[in-house]
Design a protein around this ligand. Structure first.
Ligand code: SF4
Length: 377
Protein backbone atom coordinates (compact mmCIF):
# COMPACT_ATOMS: atom_id res chain seq x y z
CA UNK A 1 0.00 0.00 0.00
CA UNK A 2 2.98 2.33 0.46
CA UNK A 3 6.72 2.17 -0.03
CA UNK A 4 7.70 5.67 1.06
CA UNK A 5 7.55 7.47 4.39
CA UNK A 6 7.10 11.20 4.85
CA UNK A 7 7.65 12.55 8.36
CA UNK A 8 6.37 16.07 8.96
CA UNK A 9 8.08 18.14 11.64
CA UNK A 10 5.90 21.23 12.17
CA UNK A 11 8.42 23.26 14.15
CA UNK A 12 10.38 26.36 13.12
CA UNK A 13 12.55 28.80 15.05
CA UNK A 14 10.39 31.61 13.71
CA UNK A 15 7.66 31.81 11.08
CA UNK A 16 8.86 33.24 7.75
CA UNK A 17 6.68 36.07 6.42
CA UNK A 18 5.63 34.24 3.25
CA UNK A 19 5.03 30.81 4.76
CA UNK A 20 1.66 29.05 4.70
CA UNK A 21 2.94 25.60 5.75
CA UNK A 22 1.77 24.05 9.02
CA UNK A 23 4.61 25.14 11.29
CA UNK A 24 5.07 27.07 14.51
CA UNK A 25 7.64 27.79 17.23
CA UNK A 26 7.62 24.78 19.56
CA UNK A 27 7.97 24.48 23.31
CA UNK A 28 10.94 22.40 24.46
CA UNK A 29 8.70 19.61 25.70
CA UNK A 30 7.02 19.34 22.29
CA UNK A 31 10.43 18.94 20.64
CA UNK A 32 11.29 16.19 23.12
CA UNK A 33 8.00 14.34 22.82
CA UNK A 34 7.48 14.58 19.07
CA UNK A 35 9.78 11.75 17.89
CA UNK A 36 8.14 9.42 20.42
CA UNK A 37 4.73 10.28 18.98
CA UNK A 38 6.00 9.56 15.48
CA UNK A 39 7.29 6.17 16.64
CA UNK A 40 3.94 5.36 18.28
CA UNK A 41 2.10 6.41 15.14
CA UNK A 42 4.35 4.24 13.00
CA UNK A 43 3.66 1.26 15.28
CA UNK A 44 -0.08 1.75 14.69
CA UNK A 45 0.47 1.41 10.92
CA UNK A 46 3.31 -1.09 10.75
CA UNK A 47 2.67 -4.48 9.22
CA UNK A 48 6.24 -5.77 9.39
CA UNK A 49 6.43 -6.63 5.72
CA UNK A 50 6.32 -3.15 4.32
CA UNK A 51 9.39 -2.35 2.28
CA UNK A 52 10.49 1.28 2.36
CA UNK A 53 12.46 2.81 -0.51
CA UNK A 54 12.74 6.37 0.83
CA UNK A 55 12.20 8.41 3.97
CA UNK A 56 11.74 12.18 3.86
CA UNK A 57 11.87 14.41 6.94
CA UNK A 58 10.08 17.60 5.86
CA UNK A 59 8.57 20.56 7.56
CA UNK A 60 8.70 22.96 9.16
CA UNK A 61 12.29 22.55 10.14
CA UNK A 62 13.15 18.90 10.85
CA UNK A 63 16.78 19.90 11.46
CA UNK A 64 15.50 21.24 14.82
CA UNK A 65 15.32 17.63 16.00
CA UNK A 66 18.43 16.17 17.59
CA UNK A 67 20.51 13.76 15.46
CA UNK A 68 20.06 11.14 18.17
CA UNK A 69 16.27 11.46 17.92
CA UNK A 70 16.47 10.90 14.17
CA UNK A 71 18.82 7.94 14.61
CA UNK A 72 16.32 6.30 16.98
CA UNK A 73 13.47 6.98 14.59
CA UNK A 74 15.36 5.42 11.70
CA UNK A 75 16.21 2.40 13.88
CA UNK A 76 12.55 2.01 14.72
CA UNK A 77 11.58 2.25 11.05
CA UNK A 78 14.16 -0.43 10.22
CA UNK A 79 12.71 -2.66 12.96
CA UNK A 80 9.10 -2.24 11.91
CA UNK A 81 9.59 -2.28 8.16
CA UNK A 82 12.02 -3.50 5.57
CA UNK A 83 14.08 -0.31 5.11
CA UNK A 84 16.00 -0.77 1.89
CA UNK A 85 19.78 -0.68 2.32
CA UNK A 86 20.05 1.99 -0.37
CA UNK A 87 16.99 3.97 0.74
CA UNK A 88 17.19 7.68 0.05
CA UNK A 89 16.83 9.42 3.44
CA UNK A 90 16.39 13.19 3.14
CA UNK A 91 16.48 15.84 5.83
CA UNK A 92 15.13 19.32 5.05
CA UNK A 93 17.56 21.66 6.74
CA UNK A 94 17.37 25.35 7.60
CA UNK A 95 20.91 26.77 7.32
CA UNK A 96 20.33 28.73 10.55
CA UNK A 97 19.86 25.58 12.62
CA UNK A 98 22.94 23.45 11.85
CA UNK A 99 26.72 23.46 12.25
CA UNK A 100 29.51 21.08 11.29
CA UNK A 101 28.97 18.97 14.44
CA UNK A 102 25.22 18.50 13.98
CA UNK A 103 25.60 17.82 10.23
CA UNK A 104 28.19 15.14 10.91
CA UNK A 105 25.87 13.65 13.52
CA UNK A 106 22.94 13.67 11.07
CA UNK A 107 25.12 11.84 8.55
CA UNK A 108 26.11 9.29 11.20
CA UNK A 109 22.42 8.90 12.12
CA UNK A 110 21.74 7.62 8.58
CA UNK A 111 20.60 10.74 6.72
CA UNK A 112 22.13 10.55 3.21
CA UNK A 113 20.55 13.52 1.45
CA UNK A 114 20.27 17.12 2.63
CA UNK A 115 17.77 19.59 1.24
CA UNK A 116 19.05 23.00 2.22
CA UNK A 117 16.59 25.91 2.34
CA UNK A 118 18.93 28.58 0.97
CA UNK A 119 16.15 30.47 -0.88
CA UNK A 120 18.37 33.43 -1.90
CA UNK A 121 22.02 34.48 -2.12
CA UNK A 122 21.11 38.07 -1.26
CA UNK A 123 20.85 39.08 2.41
CA UNK A 124 18.29 41.76 1.64
CA UNK A 125 15.94 39.23 0.08
CA UNK A 126 16.48 36.85 2.99
CA UNK A 127 15.46 39.63 5.37
CA UNK A 128 12.47 40.50 3.23
CA UNK A 129 11.34 36.85 3.39
CA UNK A 130 11.80 36.80 7.18
CA UNK A 131 14.36 33.98 7.02
CA UNK A 132 16.46 33.40 10.17
CA UNK A 133 19.77 32.90 8.32
CA UNK A 134 22.23 34.96 6.31
CA UNK A 135 23.90 34.08 3.00
CA UNK A 136 27.12 33.44 4.93
CA UNK A 137 25.32 30.87 7.12
CA UNK A 138 23.89 29.17 4.02
CA UNK A 139 27.34 28.89 2.46
CA UNK A 140 28.78 27.60 5.73
CA UNK A 141 26.00 25.02 6.11
CA UNK A 142 26.62 23.81 2.54
CA UNK A 143 30.36 23.39 3.06
CA UNK A 144 29.80 21.80 6.50
CA UNK A 145 27.42 19.32 4.89
CA UNK A 146 30.02 18.45 2.25
CA UNK A 147 32.67 17.99 4.94
CA UNK A 148 30.30 15.81 6.91
CA UNK A 149 30.20 13.43 3.92
CA UNK A 150 26.97 14.40 2.17
CA UNK A 151 27.44 13.80 -1.55
CA UNK A 152 23.79 14.44 -2.36
CA UNK A 153 22.78 18.00 -1.49
CA UNK A 154 19.78 19.83 -2.85
CA UNK A 155 19.22 23.55 -2.47
CA UNK A 156 15.98 25.55 -2.72
CA UNK A 157 15.79 28.93 -4.42
CA UNK A 158 12.83 31.31 -4.76
CA UNK A 159 12.35 33.73 -7.65
CA UNK A 160 9.90 36.53 -8.40
CA UNK A 161 10.68 38.15 -5.04
CA UNK A 162 9.43 41.70 -4.43
CA UNK A 163 11.25 44.10 -6.78
CA UNK A 164 13.63 41.38 -7.96
CA UNK A 165 15.09 42.10 -11.41
CA UNK A 166 15.99 39.54 -14.05
CA UNK A 167 19.66 40.38 -13.54
CA UNK A 168 19.40 39.77 -9.80
CA UNK A 169 17.82 36.40 -10.55
CA UNK A 170 20.64 35.63 -13.00
CA UNK A 171 23.12 36.34 -10.21
CA UNK A 172 21.21 34.01 -7.82
CA UNK A 173 21.45 31.22 -10.38
CA UNK A 174 25.15 31.85 -10.96
CA UNK A 175 25.83 31.62 -7.21
CA UNK A 176 23.86 28.37 -7.06
CA UNK A 177 25.78 26.86 -9.99
CA UNK A 178 29.10 27.88 -8.43
CA UNK A 179 28.19 26.17 -5.18
CA UNK A 180 27.76 22.98 -7.22
CA UNK A 181 24.93 21.11 -5.50
CA UNK A 182 23.59 17.85 -6.97
CA UNK A 183 20.01 19.13 -7.10
CA UNK A 184 18.24 22.49 -7.25
CA UNK A 185 14.54 23.15 -6.61
CA UNK A 186 13.19 26.44 -7.91
CA UNK A 187 9.92 28.01 -6.89
CA UNK A 188 8.26 31.24 -7.92
CA UNK A 189 7.06 33.20 -4.90
CA UNK A 190 3.33 32.85 -4.37
CA UNK A 191 1.68 35.21 -1.93
CA UNK A 192 -0.53 33.00 0.23
CA UNK A 193 -3.61 34.21 2.08
CA UNK A 194 -3.29 34.88 5.81
CA UNK A 195 0.46 35.39 5.72
CA UNK A 196 2.20 38.71 6.54
CA UNK A 197 3.14 38.82 2.85
CA UNK A 198 -0.53 38.93 1.85
CA UNK A 199 -0.83 42.25 3.75
CA UNK A 200 2.51 43.60 2.59
CA UNK A 201 2.01 42.64 -1.07
CA UNK A 202 -1.70 42.62 -1.96
CA UNK A 203 -2.91 41.53 -5.40
CA UNK A 204 -1.59 43.87 -8.10
CA UNK A 205 1.14 45.22 -5.80
CA UNK A 206 3.63 47.15 -7.98
CA UNK A 207 6.42 45.35 -6.07
CA UNK A 208 5.53 42.03 -7.74
CA UNK A 209 6.05 41.82 -11.48
CA UNK A 210 4.20 38.69 -12.58
CA UNK A 211 5.31 39.18 -16.19
CA UNK A 212 8.93 38.65 -15.17
CA UNK A 213 8.11 35.29 -13.64
CA UNK A 214 8.01 33.56 -17.03
CA UNK A 215 11.36 35.11 -17.99
CA UNK A 216 12.85 33.92 -14.70
CA UNK A 217 11.58 30.38 -15.31
CA UNK A 218 13.13 30.42 -18.78
CA UNK A 219 16.42 31.87 -17.54
CA UNK A 220 16.68 29.14 -14.89
CA UNK A 221 16.08 26.49 -17.54
CA UNK A 222 18.69 28.01 -19.86
CA UNK A 223 21.45 28.54 -17.27
CA UNK A 224 21.00 25.32 -15.33
CA UNK A 225 20.64 22.98 -18.30
CA UNK A 226 23.71 24.54 -19.94
CA UNK A 227 25.58 23.85 -16.68
CA UNK A 228 24.83 20.13 -16.76
CA UNK A 229 21.60 19.95 -14.77
CA UNK A 230 18.65 17.98 -16.12
CA UNK A 231 15.35 19.82 -15.94
CA UNK A 232 13.48 16.68 -14.90
CA UNK A 233 10.39 18.20 -13.29
CA UNK A 234 8.70 21.60 -13.63
CA UNK A 235 10.43 22.99 -10.51
CA UNK A 236 13.37 20.61 -10.19
CA UNK A 237 16.84 20.22 -11.70
CA UNK A 238 19.36 17.50 -10.99
CA UNK A 239 22.80 16.34 -12.01
CA UNK A 240 22.56 12.96 -13.79
CA UNK A 241 21.80 10.27 -11.22
CA UNK A 242 20.61 12.70 -8.54
CA UNK A 243 16.88 13.14 -9.20
CA UNK A 244 14.93 13.08 -5.95
CA UNK A 245 13.76 9.49 -5.63
CA UNK A 246 11.24 10.34 -2.93
CA UNK A 247 9.59 13.19 -4.81
CA UNK A 248 9.72 11.24 -8.07
CA UNK A 249 7.63 8.66 -6.21
CA UNK A 250 4.94 11.31 -5.60
CA UNK A 251 4.82 12.17 -9.28
CA UNK A 252 4.56 8.48 -10.21
CA UNK A 253 1.77 7.95 -7.65
CA UNK A 254 3.75 5.57 -5.44
CA UNK A 255 2.04 4.97 -2.11
CA UNK A 256 3.40 6.91 0.84
CA UNK A 257 2.56 7.09 4.50
CA UNK A 258 2.73 10.51 6.14
CA UNK A 259 3.55 10.57 9.83
CA UNK A 260 3.20 13.54 12.18
CA UNK A 261 1.06 16.64 12.55
CA UNK A 262 -0.76 17.54 9.31
CA UNK A 263 1.07 14.86 7.32
CA UNK A 264 -0.72 13.68 4.17
CA UNK A 265 -0.80 10.05 3.03
CA UNK A 266 -1.60 8.26 -0.21
CA UNK A 267 -2.14 4.53 -0.04
CA UNK A 268 -2.19 2.33 -3.15
CA UNK A 269 -5.42 0.45 -2.58
CA UNK A 270 -7.98 0.33 -5.37
CA UNK A 271 -7.44 3.56 -7.29
CA UNK A 272 -5.83 5.12 -4.22
CA UNK A 273 -6.84 6.54 -0.83
CA UNK A 274 -5.81 9.97 0.40
CA UNK A 275 -6.10 11.29 3.96
CA UNK A 276 -4.22 13.50 6.40
CA UNK A 277 -3.49 13.75 10.11
CA UNK A 278 -4.88 16.40 12.49
CA UNK A 279 -3.15 19.71 11.87
CA UNK A 280 -2.68 20.79 15.46
CA UNK A 281 -0.26 19.28 17.91
CA UNK A 282 -2.70 18.57 20.75
CA UNK A 283 -5.28 16.79 18.56
CA UNK A 284 -2.50 14.75 16.98
CA UNK A 285 -0.94 13.92 20.35
CA UNK A 286 -4.25 12.74 21.80
CA UNK A 287 -5.07 10.67 18.71
CA UNK A 288 -1.71 8.89 18.80
CA UNK A 289 -1.71 8.41 22.59
CA UNK A 290 -5.21 6.91 22.49
CA UNK A 291 -4.16 4.56 19.69
CA UNK A 292 -7.01 5.84 17.55
CA UNK A 293 -5.79 7.90 14.66
CA UNK A 294 -8.31 10.40 13.40
CA UNK A 295 -7.87 10.46 9.65
CA UNK A 296 -8.96 13.75 8.16
CA UNK A 297 -10.66 14.04 4.77
CA UNK A 298 -10.30 10.37 3.86
CA UNK A 299 -11.00 10.07 0.15
CA UNK A 300 -11.22 6.92 -1.94
CA UNK A 301 -10.38 7.87 -5.49
CA UNK A 302 -12.57 6.82 -8.39
CA UNK A 303 -11.03 5.70 -11.66
CA UNK A 304 -11.66 9.17 -13.10
CA UNK A 305 -9.96 10.84 -10.10
CA UNK A 306 -6.99 8.55 -10.50
CA UNK A 307 -6.67 9.12 -14.26
CA UNK A 308 -6.76 12.90 -13.73
CA UNK A 309 -4.06 12.69 -11.07
CA UNK A 310 -1.99 10.38 -13.23
CA UNK A 311 -1.92 13.02 -15.94
CA UNK A 312 -1.33 16.07 -13.66
CA UNK A 313 1.48 14.38 -11.82
CA UNK A 314 3.07 12.48 -14.71
CA UNK A 315 3.14 15.52 -16.97
CA UNK A 316 5.12 17.44 -14.36
CA UNK A 317 8.05 15.19 -15.29
CA UNK A 318 10.17 15.77 -18.37
CA UNK A 319 9.75 12.03 -19.10
CA UNK A 320 6.01 12.68 -19.39
CA UNK A 321 3.25 10.09 -19.43
CA UNK A 322 3.87 6.78 -21.13
CA UNK A 323 0.89 5.45 -23.12
CA UNK A 324 1.66 1.83 -22.35
CA UNK A 325 1.94 2.50 -18.58
CA UNK A 326 -1.38 4.37 -18.60
CA UNK A 327 -3.13 1.48 -20.34
CA UNK A 328 -1.61 -1.05 -17.90
CA UNK A 329 -2.74 1.05 -14.92
CA UNK A 330 -6.32 1.70 -16.04
CA UNK A 331 -7.17 -0.95 -18.64
CA UNK A 332 -8.04 1.83 -21.11
CA UNK A 333 -5.96 3.47 -23.78
CA UNK A 334 -4.77 7.00 -23.14
CA UNK A 335 -6.02 7.89 -26.62
CA UNK A 336 -9.57 6.78 -25.80
CA UNK A 337 -9.70 8.90 -22.63
CA UNK A 338 -7.59 11.92 -23.46
CA UNK A 339 -6.92 11.81 -27.20
CA UNK A 340 -8.93 14.97 -27.93
CA UNK A 341 -7.38 16.89 -24.96
CA UNK A 342 -3.85 15.99 -26.02
CA UNK A 343 -4.56 17.06 -29.61
CA UNK A 344 -5.90 20.45 -28.41
CA UNK A 345 -2.92 21.08 -26.14
CA UNK A 346 -0.53 20.05 -28.93
CA UNK A 347 -2.22 22.58 -31.23
CA UNK A 348 -1.64 25.27 -28.60
CA UNK A 349 2.04 24.32 -28.38
CA UNK A 350 1.73 23.18 -24.74
CA UNK A 351 2.32 19.47 -25.31
CA UNK A 352 4.08 17.11 -27.70
CA UNK A 353 3.03 13.55 -28.29
CA UNK A 354 4.36 10.56 -30.16
CA UNK A 355 3.54 6.85 -30.32
CA UNK A 356 4.94 6.16 -26.87
CA UNK A 357 4.36 9.21 -24.68
CA UNK A 358 3.05 12.71 -24.00
CA UNK A 359 5.25 15.47 -22.57
CA UNK A 360 4.72 19.14 -21.82
CA UNK A 361 6.73 21.63 -23.84
CA UNK A 362 8.64 24.37 -21.94
CA UNK A 363 5.69 26.64 -22.66
CA UNK A 364 3.38 23.91 -21.34
CA UNK A 365 5.43 23.75 -18.14
CA UNK A 366 5.09 27.51 -17.77
CA UNK A 367 1.34 27.32 -18.25
CA UNK A 368 0.99 23.98 -16.51
CA UNK A 369 -2.13 24.92 -14.54
CA UNK A 370 -3.95 25.69 -17.78
CA UNK A 371 -2.74 22.42 -19.30
CA UNK A 372 -3.70 20.35 -16.23
CA UNK A 373 -7.20 21.84 -16.06
CA UNK A 374 -7.87 20.30 -19.49
CA UNK A 375 -7.47 16.80 -18.06
CA UNK A 376 -10.38 17.09 -15.60
CA UNK A 377 -13.03 14.53 -16.55
S1 SF4 B 1 11.52 27.69 7.62
FE1 SF4 B 1 10.19 26.88 6.00
S2 SF4 B 1 8.46 25.93 7.06
FE2 SF4 B 1 9.54 27.23 8.56
S3 SF4 B 1 8.42 29.14 8.53
FE3 SF4 B 1 10.12 29.35 7.08
S4 SF4 B 1 9.27 28.70 5.07
FE4 SF4 B 1 7.85 28.02 6.68
Amino acid sequence: MFNRLYIHVPFCVKKCDYCAFVSYTPEDKELTEYPELIMSELQLHASGEQSIASVYFGGGTPSLLQPLQLARLLDEIAKLADLSIDAEITLETNPGTVDHISLKAFRDAGINRISLGIQSFDDQFLQCLGRIHSVQQSRQAFSDAREAGFNNISIDLIHSLPNQSLNQWRSELQHAIKLSPEHISIYGLTVEEDTPFAHMYPLNSPDLDHDLSADMFELADELLTSSGFEHYEIANYARPGFRSQHNSGYWRRDGYLGLGVAAHSFLRKGYGIRFSNPDNFEDYRQAVRSGQLKLIGELELTQNDAMEEYMFLGLRLSNGVNRHDFAREFGRSLESVYGYVAADLARLGLLVQNESKLTLTKRGMLLSNKAFASFLL
